[in-house]
Ligand binder design. Structure first.
Ligand SMILES: Nc1ncnc2c1ncn2[C@@H]1O[C@H](COP(=O)(O)OP(=O)(O)OP(=O)(O)O)[C@@H](O)[C@H]1O
Length: 256
């Protein structure tokens, strides 16, 4: 079943068009990685989904409904969004900031989703701390917790593990996988190709607003694609814990 669909989408910014006739369907209950070089359109694609941008032409459909016809409050019950380098400028406590995810429900939280989200993102101990006093990685986990307690079944994440140490990177990626097992659709912008290959089931590779590859992650990456898209040489190594091959950039020496 399809969770989100782009149908003949054209658009971008006043100064620059990014997509021309974008057609894509994201399956429900899947971990979809969006990757591609800087400026290829990954964040812009997410903006069409959460209605920060409106297509000039075409439609974005959420479970068959045009998002243009869904108001922001209702959309917030279906979609959680974790921004790239998100900031919270006001001196709220962590618990208050996470509770803002309940806005679409009039602040009600009978299912204790705030408590649950604090636990899942490993930030219970930070509950009373001001968000202005958090490290980048702690703040990132607060933003994910806020998105989780919106209780939408679609999560959009723009480079969610950039500021995280290895342990918290792993725990967030594993949390996202658990959510996918529960039926969530996770659409996640990632630059780290190892994380893409380890955790995602489906990968979309964008380059200057064009779909270069889209499909099962294990078949998307090839030597040719990595050279054409990223201008890197790459080789495969066997990971015995995953029992499969992974692509790695080839180190060519410091003189190159
Ligand atoms: N607010 C804006 N106004 C005008 N152009 C923009 C704006 N935001 C992004 N762009 C342009 O749109 C194109 C796509 O940008 P986008 O941010 O979607 O790329 P990205 O793939 O997310 O990049 P990155 O990996 O660097 O985060 C780029 O050429 C960028 O310069």
């Amino acid at each position: 079943m399809v969770s989100l669909e782009f149908s003949h989408v054209y658009g971008g910014y006043e100064s620059q068009s990014v997509f021309e006739d974008l057609n894509l369907a994201f399956p429900k209950g899947s971990f979809i990685a969006l990757t591609g070089p800087n400026g290829s359109g990954k964040s812009t694609l997410l903006k069409f989904i959460y209605k920060h941008l409106k297509p000039i032409d075409g439609k974005v459909l959420l479970e068959g409904r045009n998002v243009a016809t869904i108001n922001q409050k209702e959309l917030a019950k279906h979609l959680g969004f974790v921004p790239q380098n998100g900031k919270l400028d006001y001196a709220f406590t962590v618990t208050e900031a996470v509770s803002m995810g309940r806005y679409a429900y009039g602040g009600q939280d009978s299912g204790r989703s705030v408590e649950q989200a604090l636990l899942e993102c490993d930030i219970v101990h930070l509950g009373d701390k001001l968000v202005t006093e958090l490290s980048g990685g702690e703040l990132q986990r607060v933003l994910l917790a806020r998105a989780l307690c919106q209780q939408g079944k679609v999560l959009l994440l723009d480079e969610p593990v950039n500021h995280l140490d290895v342990k918290h990177q792993r725990s967030i990626m594993e949390l996202l996988c658990r959510l996918v097992e529960k039926g969530y659709t996770v659409i996640c912008v990632l630059h780290d190709l190892l994380l893409v290959q380890i955790y995602s089931q489906t990968t979309l590779v964008l380059q200057t607003g064009k779909v270069v590859a889209y499909g099962p992650t294990e078949t998307v990456f090839t030597e040719t694609l990595l050279r054409d898209v990223y201008d890197i040489d790459a080789h495969q190594v066997y990971d015995p814990t995953l029992d499969r091959m992974l692509w790695l950039p080839t180190y060519k020496g410091s003189s190159q």
